[in-house]
Design a protein around this ligand. Structure first.
Ligand code: HGY
Ligand code: MN
Ligand code: MN
Ligand code: MN
Length: 399
């Protein structure tokens, strides 16, 4: 299967034909179909697939002598954000299979194992915590907390993993797997519009996190309740959204409220509660933290006169990731030089970099758009990404 054929096979899976957006949420039919595609591509190449306890998969190309250590891991994720683009995640996995094909075409015989990973729940679109699979395998999240995470229908992660055939009590760090990995190199579509060359190398991932605001008021009739008698949580929520933009402008960060849940959600009913999720990121920890503090303060001040309570919970936070300089330089040398750029997007490579040397390659995105249907990379740039990844894997897997 060529890159083009693999891409064509995966492209329609989980796509909303009306909007062109993808809905590939962990352990739902479209993502299960992507998982089945991954297993097929691995089987087609005679790669053994390892499933860890967290739903992550690794397709292994082992050296003839069966060495299992010092592995060069690549790959990315198969899940998407709601209405996401086609490239975020899958590009890294399709490119990895195509890069392995290219190495085999050249007759390369890697001295180290090469693994192609599909990390689970990277977007956190179903259970709310980004990079859940790589956080679990690397010990970056408490397994008990992960088991209790719930999706929009109230299903817990434990329940869903059990139904998928896993033992929920087994989820958690996999030091055996991590112990076999020498480094991780993730290829990803650029999420922004900086690259002027087909392929670039990541220097850093800026600090970023997710917080949940719970506004609790009192449900009541929209028509018969006097304004003075209302405890409407929508009002401090509305203030919080504006405050997010104002705080981001003040602090030179970015803050986004993209998801909100209103209970009961009736046109003629005053809401009893509003849950809103904040995504905040920026060049320095303190500026992100200050942004969130200011938003929280504004929400509380706005809630007081309406006798609405405000609870703030941090759902996930990743401090700045400065990618391993030696690995980054070696990747750059393998490419004969490439532009280096930071990213505002979180990735499994960022989470794993706390445990193994990690690097990222970006493939140019002429639209600059990501997490939306317009996300795009030119076919020629995708093939340049495959060639770059093949060169990097060939170099790193050398004895
Ligand atoms: O949200 C992110 O930054 C990443 O694309 N998962
Ligand atoms: Mn991604
Ligand atoms: Mn993403
Ligand atoms: Mn990622």
């Amino acid at each position: 299967m060529s890159f083009e054929e693999m891409w064509a096979a995966l492209l329609p899976v989980g796509r909303d034909e009306a909007t062109g957006g993808y809905h590939r949420f962990s352990w739902t039919p479209p993502e299960l179909e992507c998982r089945a595609w991954f297993l097929d591509e691995a089987r087609r190449r005679g790669l053994d697939v390892e499933h860890d306890a967290n739903g992550n998969m690794v397709a292994w190309w082992l050296p003839e002598d069966g060495t299992r250590h010092g592995a060069v891991l690549t790959g990315s994720h198969l899940d998407s954000v709601p209405g996401g683009g086609a490239f975020d995640g899958p590009l890294g996995i399709v490119s990895a299979f195509a890069a392995v094909d290219e190495l085999r075409r050249r007759g390369s015989t890697p001295a180290k194992p090469i693994g192609i990973a599909a990390f689970a729940e990277e977007e956190g679109a179903r259970f709310g915590v980004a990079c859940l699979g790589s956080r679990l395998v690397s010990g970056a999240i408490d397994p008990a907390r992960a088991r209790a995470l719930t999706d929009g229908d109230g299903h817990t992660f434990a329940e869903v993993m059990h139904n998928a055939g896993f033992d929920p009590e087994a989820i958690g760090p996999d030091d055996d797997l991590l112990g076999r990995i020498g480094c991780y190199v993730e290829l990803h579509v650029e999420q922004g519009r900086v690259l002027e060359e087909p392929v670039g190398i990541a220097s850093a991932i800026v600090p970023h996190g997710r917080w949940r605001f719970d506004f609790t008021g009192e449900g009541n009739h929209a028509g018969t309740t006097l304004l003075a008698d209302r405890r409407d949580p929508m009002l401090p929520f509305a203030r919080m959204v504006i405050a997010a933009r104002e705080a981001a402008e003040r602090n030179g960060t970015v803050a986004t409220v993209g998801k909100v849940a209103v209970v009961p959600g009736g046109v003629n009913a005053i809401a009893s509660s509003v849950t809103a999720w904040l995504d905040a990121r920026g060049p320095a920890d303190e500026r992100v933290r200050r942004t969130v503090r200011e938003i929280d303060e504004a929400a509380r001040v706005a809630a007081r006169p309406h006798r609405v309570s405000v609870d703030l919970a941090e759902e996930s936070y990743t401090e700045i990731v400065d990618f391993n300089r030696a690995l980054r330089d070696r990747v750059g040398a393998a490419l004969g030089g490439a532009p280096v750029l930071p990213t505002g997007a979180g990735h499994d490579a960022g989470v794993l970099s706390a445990r193994v040397p990690a690097a990222m390659l970006f493939v140019r995105n002429p639209t600059g758009v990501s997490h939306a249907p317009a996300e795009f990379a030119e076919p020629a740039d995708c093939l340049a990404g495959v060639a770059a990844l093949a060169a990097v894997l060939d170099d790193l897997a050398r004895g």
